[in-house]
Design a binder for this molecule. Structure first.
Ligand code: HDL
Ligand code: ZN
Length: 403
């Protein structure tokens, strides 16, 4: 006997809200790592997504804005985007979702009153992870940033919750400097490529990363395909049996005056991705694309290459209007075999809204598909729904990372 539509909707909502989430790409750090961990109302408002919306709407230059201190910047963003204008964009609504989930009524309150009420919540990593139901997450760890790498000198954080990655962009965007860091850290006089591999070996032992990662556009991608160093890195990744995460189609510093808010969309030739998957069949590739234009081809490639796993709605793709279309396309072509989302959170508190917003969409889309299955006399059960949601939010990634 199949569930009624109401039972299906309620069961689906209950299961989605009760399934622990493995968030496979964030820029978060444990709060113990005070120099780099970001949390709280001021940091929420100083998110570069909101900065881009301020700088393209309000009458203030990037140079002037970035000369202000964080509290003044946050107050300006609150006044310009949330009071003088309707906070209707996804990034603005995210802040409102966090305030709502924290039971903070923001109507008719001054910025200072809001800031104090938020601080009095005394949020901790644990409270935020509980609120967002995230059981573990993957950080973005750059071995060529020695300040950031100091994280591993401190053991006062839980490595099962804050898992590590090896972010290798510096090997592409600033290879000589990255190689110099590797040389200084390993104190060897080998050839440059061997120094890099030896350094990655030592970093692997220190951080035990679940994957290595790079972001790239067509120019960088050609380098990876043709550079002897990257052949060595791919062979090293295969030895360590960890995936390479490829975040494709980014163009850094489209507007350099905007800083972190100035990156945009670059081109990527996914025929090169297919060549990579064929050339390195033993390597595993986690892939996400920044442009809506690349999503259909990427989804077709995930049907051709067993070593390619699609993940997330990255950055400019992480918009409800886009997620709904592309999530349906991925289900139509891949079933439930992909990793549907990551938060990309930079401020720990963002986990609360990034996942709440996505789970609402997941419920809406999956309900439509399950209802369609019911009409074909497919016997749905809570067990099946629990298996599917756990795979999507947890197990598909863990199975792909499995060493
Ligand atoms: O390269 C990346 O990992 C991107 O996610 C950038 O960090 C970007 O600035 C971002 O935060 N996107 O959400
Ligand atoms: Zn990111």
């Amino acid at each position: 006997m199949n569930m009624s539509n109401q039972e299906l909707s309620d069961t689906l909502e209950e299961v989605i809200n009760n399934t622990k989430i493995f968030d496979i790409h964030t820029h978060l750090f444990p709060s113990a790592f005070k120099s780099h961990s970001l949390s709280g109302f001021i940091n929420l408002l100083n998110y570069h997504y909101l900065i881009a919306e301020l700088l393209t709407n309000a009458n203030i230059s990037a140079e002037k804005f970035y000369s202000l201190d964080d509290v003044i910047k946050a107050k300006l963003i609150w006044e310009e985007l949330f009071q003088n204008r309707t906070p209707i964009s996804e990034a603005c609504k995210g802040v409102l979702t966090v305030l709502q989930k924290l039971d903070i009524n923001y109507s008719n309150k001054t910025f200072e009153e809001l800031k104090n009420e938020y601080e009095n919540k005394s949020l901790t990593d644990e409270k935020i992870l509980k609120l967002s139901n995230v059981s573990s997450l993957v950080m973005t760890n750059n071995p060529f940033d020695i300040d950031e790498w100091n994280l591993y000198k401190d053991n006062d954080w839980d490595r099962n919750i804050f898992q590590s990655s090896l972010r290798l962009d510096d090997l592409i965007i600033n290879n000589s400097q990255a190689t110099e860091v590797a040389k200084n850290q390993t104190k060897t006089n080998q050839k440059a490529n061997d120094i890099v591999i030896n350094y990655l070996d030592s970093c692997f032992l220190v951080s035990n990363p679940v994957y290595a990662a790079i972001s790239a556009n067509s120019d960088n991608f050609k380098e990876i395909l043709n550079d002897p160093l990257w052949k060595l890195i791919l062979s090293w990744l295969n030895k360590e049996n960890i995936p390479l995460s490829l975040m494709l189609g980014v163009k850094r510093a489209v507007n350099s005056s905007f800083g972190l808010a100035g990156d945009g969309i670059g081109d990527i030739n996914l025929k090169e991705l297919s060549k990579l998957c064929n050339s390195f069949p033993e390597n595993k590739f986690l892939v996400t694309c920044l442009s809506l234009n690349d999503q259909h081809e990427l989804t077709v490639l995930a049907r051709k290459h067993p070593n390619l796993k699609i993940f997330g709605f990255w950055w400019f793709m992480n918009q409800p209007s886009i997620i709904k279309i592309v999530l349906k396309m991925r289900i139509d072509m891949l079933g439930l075999s992909f990793i549907p989302q990551h938060s990309d959170a930079r401020v720990t508190d963002q986990l609360i809204y990034k996942w709440s917003h996505f789970k609402n969409i997941l419920h809406e889309i999956l309900y439509e598909y399950y209802e369609d299955l019911s009409k074909k006399n497919y016997e749905l059960s809570k067990f099946i729904i629990e298996r599917d949601i756990n795979n999507l939010l947890n197990q598909n990634a863990k199975n792909f990372f499995l060493k």
